[in-house]
Design a protein around this ligand. Structure first.
Ligand code: ZN
Length: 456
């Protein structure tokens, strides 16, 4: 055996030892909750836990031993000692300080805490807050995806994000051809409302929320899809959960709201526009035969609003409050919000910003109206100069005598103080339901507002 043969023999023996060791170590890392990808800050941090340790070495050796080219650190196309040297460089000063105080997978050095995102090495986020913008998606999840490889397309760690997967039916429903797929016009209407929200973001960033509706339009939004068949009715929970089980990537649980766009729910004569889980993650939009851009977009916002914690009166279930100017209010779900102070809808989609004064139904002040412009609350054709008592949280132009409930018109019999609610600043930001089914504490809200009503 000459020198070269001896060296080759020695090399093979060392490699064999490494492979043997690696196969033993491989079992040690099999159960580790590893990120799906290598750290973007340090290639040698193969476990992506922002520390360089035994587990990274074990994983490297595992790749090396099994011929996995993820160990090809020098990019030569084969595995050799140069890859080992290159891997070890990370441990000897070749990687930045990976200290990650808030454990959000973005190292402290990159979290520049100035609100300016330049790149992943200068993110503008807070090194002491793992969710800088407060939307319950961590900074690392927004930048790099979740630990099991779910990417959140176009997420902004400095501005609040909400994700909704939209699955829809199309075909013949009770003799009518309908396509209940949300389209770009619907999305743009919802997008505009959320982009102009008064919800605040850190570092003095512009107010507002990035709403992401995934209706299968591409550009990372690949989860929305058409559902099979054209059922006249979809039952909740049973059928809804069956469709969700097949069509919703389980990795999206806890990150995306899930919505089904169908004809009707629960009954073949149900004219309701949808329902939603209060404080949950599921909702339905059922346009029956009144599908339009405005009706659908407004109903998405209405049902999503229930998921975000709003009732039909904002903080309470009191519907038809003339001073609650929100798509959550049945009076504004389809016609849109009031912009000229006459309490009737004028088109735009919005949640309430909470700017209206309370109205005391025991002493209604018509000259004061709701925004300082007079309102003829009792529909008698004049602005009454003196206060009077009247039950006014009723549908259409109905009113009621205090203490008496006219059938089907007013939502309560009593005269009390009606309060506005600042929806945008009271969104219930929370990690979405991680259980497989609806949790017991999540209440269902049946929205029996008929989309054809505005044409009556
Ligand atoms: Zn509702």
């Amino acid at each position: 055996m000459n020198y070269e043969q001896s060296f080759e023999h020695h090399t093979q023996r060392v490699l064999m030892k490494i492979r043997t060791s690696a196969l033993i170590l491989a079992s040690a890392i099999a159960t580790l909750p590893a990120m799906a990808q290598t750290s973007p800050y340090c290639r040698s941090d193969l476990i992506y836990d922002n520390s360089l340790d035994f587990f990274d070495i074990a994983r490297f050796l595992n790749f090396f031993a099994t011929g996995d080219l993820r160990a090809d650190f020098d990019g030569s196309g084969s595995l050799d000692f140069f890859d080992i040297a290159s891997f070890l460089t990370g441990f000897t000063g070749g990687c930045p300080d990976l200290t990650d105080t808030d454990n959000d997978f973005v190292p402290d050095f990159a979290e520049t805490n100035n609100g300016i995102f330049i790149n992943i090495h200068s993110t503008g986020t807070d090194p002491l807050n793992n969710d800088t913008d407060g939307d319950w998606l961590t900074d690392g999840e927004e930048l790099f995806g979740t630990s099991d490889g779910l990417v959140l397309p176009n997420a902004d760690p400095l501005r609040k994000d909400i994700y909704v997967e939209c699955d829809w039916f199309a075909g013949n429903f009770q003799g009518r051809n309908e396509n209940y797929r949300p389209n770009a016009a619907v999305y743009n209407r919802v997008l505009f409302a959320f982009d102009n929200a008064s919800t605040q973001n850190p570092y003095g960033h512009p107010d507002g929320i990035n709403i992401h509706l995934d209706y299968g339009q591409g550009n990372g939004h690949t989860g929305g899809n058409q559902l099979p068949g054209s059922p006249d009715v979809v039952l909740f929970d049973s059928e809804f959960n069956q469709y969700k089980a097949v069509n919703f990537d389980p990795r999206r649980k806890g990150y995306y709201h899930y919505a089904i766009f169908a004809n009707r729910y629960n009954s073949s004569t149900n004219g309701s526009s949808g329902f939603a889980e209060l404080n949950g993650d599921d909702f339905m939009v059922t346009m029956v035969n009144y599908n339009s851009t405005r009706n659908m977009a407004n109903t998405i916002a209405h049902e999503l609003g229930h998921n975000l914690g709003f009732h039909h009166g904002g903080h309470n279930a009191t519907n038809y409050k003339p001073n609650y100017n929100s798509v959550m209010n049945y009076a504004h779900q389809f016609p849109g919000i009031d912009i000229n102070g006459d309490t009737t809808g004028d088109g735009p989609l919005d949640y309430s910003h909470g700017l209206n004064n309370p109205i005391n139904e025991l002493a209604i002040n018509e000259p004061a109206g709701v925004i300082g412009l007079p309102v003829d609350f009792n529909h008698n054709g004049i602005i009454d100069p003196l206060p009077y008592a009247l039950n006014i949280n009723c549908s259409g132009s109905f009113t009621g005598i205090c203490g008496f409930l006219p059938p089907g018109a007013c939502v309560d019999a009593f005269c009390n103080v009606l309060q506005d609610h600042d929806d945008w600043d009271n969104i219930r930001w929370n990690r979405l339901d991680l259980s497989s089914d609806r949790q017991a504490e999540i209440q269902l809200i049946d929205c029996d507002n008929w989309p054809g009503k505005q044409f009556e």
